[in-house]
Design a protein around this ligand. Sequence first.
Ligand code: DX5
Ligand code: ZN
Length: 226
Amino acid sequence: MTFNRSLKIAPSILSADFADFGREIRAIEDEGADWVHVDVMDGHFVPNLTFGPPAVKAFRKHVTTVMDVHLMISPVDSFIDAYADAGADILTAHLEAGPHIHRTLQAIRAAGMKAGVALNPGTPADAVADLLDMADLVCVMTVNPGFGGQKFIDMTAKVRKLRDMIGDREVHIEIDGGVDPATAPLVVAAGADVLVAGSAVFRCGSVDRPQVYGDNIRAIRAAAGG
Ligand code: DX5
Ligand code: ZN
């Protein structure tokens, strides 16, 4: 993975058909996805449950771009090696998931992955000030994590602040939650370069009508000016 700040659309397979992940992943990549976003939930850190390392390892066989794994679990550290083994390119942990995010980010990099730190809407940008040299990505949640299809919470001031704090460092700013053609331009103008989108990519499409995914991805990209 070489770093650049060009706009990347990362469809979240949380909105895919859970009985057909392989074909869904191939469809979104064929239709222009830059990354594949994988939402791991534990029913404890967030009030919903998705899948764990064996499923993520199975997804890997179908991903040819970048597998971006978003952990909404607590604790994190005991699972880092399992997600490295599953083939995650980027592993993102929540700052709120435990008392030792610094150690977690170190361990993710030591396991050979890019390290991401995610911030819930209630967590300020300043909370990552001492982590920016050890993170490859900051994920700004624009919903409270746990479910797809929620209403966008405006975090543009936080994104702008983070963009200033990051400066020349090779750190992506990713936006997750409620991204669609109406909200994407706000966060991209503020400095984000990775847009996660679940419902706005998968709505009205299917593996039998994958061009709808392509239209949805292009609509977000065009609205964001990328
Ligand atoms: C929310 C997840 C998101 C979610 C986004 O907890 O982290 O990745 O799938 O879904 P939409 O785009 O539908 O808000
Ligand atoms: Zn996510």
